[in-house]
Design a protein around this ligand. Structure first.
Ligand code: ADP
Ligand code: MG
Length: 544
C-alpha cells in the first residue's frame, strides 16, 4: 500500500479543532498522555509474549525513550511495546470510538463558557489528540509485534491525515511532535528544554513502571516506584491524583482515594479511587470495570471483573496480589476463593468509605450521589450481603424533601405510621399528580418518590428498613382507614360497585369503595404483587 490521505471522522475533526485551538489550559499534560499510552503498550507486549509463545520479540529491555531535537524543534516519545497494525492506526488514531463523543460535542457546542468547556474536555480525556495542543504536526511510526511491515501516520490536526506502509520500522511506536513555533519564545512551554521535560515526567509520570529515559542516557528519569507499595504517609495527594489519571484515563482529580494493605495468608495492596465524575459510558452494555490486577508489581490485566462487582464499576484503581501465578486467567480468577475474599473486603471498604463521607461531609456525599447513585442502587439487586449498608447510603426524593435518607424519613414518620410509603413513576411531576397520593398527603404522610427505572426493581427486592415495611401507595389495600367508611355508605354504593364491576369485567379484577381519595372520583390500584405501570411500560418497550 502506498501513501494515502484519509479524512478524519467528523467527530474527531471537531475534537481536534478544540485541541489545535487549545481550550485546555494545562498543555503540559500531552506528555503524560503519550507516556501513559507507551506504558500501556509495554504492558500489553509483556502479557502477549507470555500468552503467545510463537511471538518472536525481545522483552529484555522494555522502556520509553524521550528525544529532543532543539534545531528541528521536535520532541519524540518512543516505546518498544506492542505497536499498531495499519488497521489499528486507522481505527485507533483516526477515529474516536469513545462512547459519548457525540454527547460531549453537543454539550461543548451548547456551552459558551471556556471554563465549562475545559471541564467537559477534562472529563472526557482526549488522550493522543492532546498532542495537538503543542504541535502543529504529529508523526507516528509504528510496527506491531509479530508483523513485518510498519505504518507511518502524519497529520497537522486539520481535516486529514496521511498514512503509509513502511517496509522497515522498529517494533513499537514512536510519536514525533513538531512543536508550535509560537511557543518557542515562552519558557513555560519550552518542550525542547531538558529540565522542562524532567519536571513534567516527575510531576505526572514518576510512578510509571517502565524506565523513561531522556536523550540516550541509561538512567531513568522516573523513580518507577509502585505508588501502592509505598506507605501512605509518604505519598502526596498530587501523586495519588496523577496515578488515578493514568489508570482511569480521566483528566479530573478523583473524589476519594482508598489505599489499603492486607497482610497474612494472602497478601495484597489495593489503591482504589472514587472518581469525581461519571464517565460517559457508565450505562453502556460493554462499559468497563476499572480495577487492574497486578501480581508483585507486574501488570496482569485491565478491567478485572473478579475483583469488583458490576454495581461498583465506577471504582478505579489497582490491586496487587502477591501470591498469584503470572499466567492466571479470568476464568480461574472468578473461581478463586481468595480472590472472592479480596473482592468482599474491597466492597466493604468502598462502602465503608462512602458511609464515612456521608457522615462527615454531606456536600461531598451529595456530589458523589449525583454521579453514582444510580449504579449504586443496582447493588440492592446484586449484593444481598451488603443490603443494609446500601440502604443506609441510599438517597431519594420525597413529597417532603428534595433529598432524604431512609433513616431521616423514619425519623419524620407520624405517630402510628407503620410503613414507609413510596410511589414509583416516570417523573416527580407525574407522581405528584397521581390520585394515589391524595389521601396520604391529606393525612400528612410523607411518600418517597422513586423515578429511576432501577427503583422499580429494588423496591420489589427490599421489603423493609429498620423493621419498617416498604409499602407502595399504588398497590393493594393500603391501611389508611378504609374501615372508616360507614356501613350505610357502603350499602348505598353497593349497587354502583356491582354495576361497575360487570361493566369493567374484562379490565379490572374488583371495584372497591375507598377512603384513600379526596378530590379524585376513582383510581386504579395494582394488586400487592402486580408489576407497576412504569415497569409494565419498561417491559413493553423491551419487547417482552
Ligand atoms: P486511550 O489511551 O484512553 O485509549 P488515546 O487517545 O490515548 O486513548 O489512545 C487511543 C488508542 O491508540 C489506545 O487505546 C491504543 O490502542 C492506541 N495507542 C496509542 N498510543 C499507542 C502506543 N504508543 N502504542 C500502541 N498503541 C497505542
Ligand atoms: Mg491514552
Amino acid at each position: 500500500m502506498s501513501r494515502e490521505t484519509l479524512e478524519f471522522q467528523a467527530e474527531t475533526r471537531q475534537l481536534l479543532q478544540l485541541m489545535v485551538h487549545s481550550i485546555y489550559s494545562n498543555k503540559d499534560i500531552f506528555l503524560r498522555e503519550l507516556i501513559s499510552n507507551a506504558s500501556d503498550a509495554l504492558d500489553k507486549l509483556r502479557i502477549e509474549s507470555l500468552i503467545n509463545k510463537e511471538l518472536q520479540v525481545d522483552t529484555d529491555d522494555l522502556h520509553i525513550e524521550l528525544e529532543i531535537d532543539k534545531d528541528r524543534r521536535t520532541l519524540t516519545v518512543r516505546d518498544n511495546g506492542i505497536g499498531m497494525s495499519h488497521e489499528d492506526v486507522v481505527s485507533l488514531i483516526g477515529t474516536i470510538a469513545k462512547s459519548g463523543t457525540a454527547e460531549l460535542l453537543r454539550k461543548l457546542r451548547e456551552t459558551q463558557d471556556a471554563g465549562a468547556s475545559q471541564e467537559l474536555i477534562g472529563q472526557f480525556g482526549v488522550g493522543f489528540y492532546s498532542t495537538f495542543m503543542v504541535a502543529d504536526r504529529v508523526t507516528l511510526v509504528t510496527r506491531k509485534a509479530g508483523e513485518s511491515q510498519g505504518t507511518s501516520w502524519e497529520s497537522a490536526g486539520e481535516g486529514t491525515y496521511e498514512i503509509e506502509t513502511l517496509e522497515d520500522a522498529p517494533q513499537g511506536t514512536s510519536v514525533t511532535l513538531h512543536l508550535k513555533p509560537e511557543d518557542s519564545e515562552d519558557q513555560l512551554f519550552d518542550y525542547t528544554a531538558d529540565w522542562k521535560i524532567r519536571e513534567i515526567v516527575k510531576r505526572y509520570s514518576d510512578f510509571i513502571a517502565w524506565p523513561i529515559r531522556l536523550g540516550g542516557a541509561e538512567a531513568p528519569i522516573n523513580s518507577m516506584k509502585a505508588l501502592w507499595a509505598r506507605p501512605r504517609s509518604e505519598v502526596s495527594d498530587a501523586e495519588y491524583h496523577e496515578f488515578y489519571k493514568h489508570v482511569s484515563h480521566d483528566w479530573t482529580d478523583p473524589l476519594e482515594t482508598i489505599h489499603m494493605k492486607a497482610e497474612g495468608t494472602f497478601e495484597y495492596e489495593a489503591l482504589l479511587f472514587v472518581p469525581a465524575r461519571a464517565p460517559f459510558d457508565l450505562f453502556t452494555r460493554d462499559g468497563k470495570r476499572g480495577v487492574q490486577l497486578y501480581v508483585k508489581r507486574v501488570f496482569i490485566m485491565d478491567d478485572c471483573e473478579a475483583l469488583i462487582p458490576q454495581y461498583l464499576r465506577f471504582v478505579k484503581g489497582v490491586v496487587d496480589a502477591h501470591d498469584l501465578s503470572l499466567n492466571i486467567s479470568r476464568e480461574i480468577l472468578q473461581q478463586d476463593r481468595q480472590i472472592q475474599a479480596v473482592r468482599r473486603r474491597l466492597v466493604k471498604k468502598v462502602l465503608g468509605t462512602l458511609k464515612d463521607i456521608k457522615t462527615g461531609d454531606a456536600e461531598k456525599y451529595g456530589a458523589f450521589w449525583a454521579e453514582f447513585g444510580r449504579p449504586l442502587k443496582e447493588g440492592l439487586l446484586e449484593d444481598a450481603e451488603n443490603q443494609d449498608t446500601l440502604l443506609e447510603l441510599l438517597r431519594v426524593t420525597s413529597t417532603a424533601a428534595e433529598s432524604t435518607s431512609l433513616a431521616e424519613y423514619v425519623e419524620r414518620m407520624k405517630d402510628g405510621q407503620k410503613d414507609i410509603y413510596y410511589m414509583t413513576g416516570e417523573s416527580r411531576a407525574m407522581v405528584e399528580k397521581s390520585p394515589h397520593l391524595e389521601a396520604f398527603l391529606a393525612k400528612g404522610y410523607e411518600v418517597l418518590i422513586l423515578t429511576d427505572p432501577v427503583d422499580e426493581v429494588w423496591v420489589e427486592r427490599v421489603t423493609e428498613f429498620e423493621g419498617k415495611p416498604l409499602q407502595s401507595v399504588a398497590k393493594g389495600k393500603v391501611d389508611l382507614g378504609e374501615s372508616e367508611i360507614p356501613p350505610e355508605q357502603a350499602a348505598d354504593f353497593a349497587p354502583l360497585l356491582t354495576w361497575l364491576g360487570t361493566r369493567l369485567e374484562d379490565d379490572v379484577k374488583e371495584v372497591r369503595l375507598t377512603a384513600r381519595l379526596t378530590t379524585s372520583a376513582a383510581c386504579i390500584v395494582g394488586d400487592e404483587h402486580d408489576i407497576t405501570p412504569t415497569l409494565e411500560k419498561m417491559y413493553r418497550a423491551m419487547g417482552q
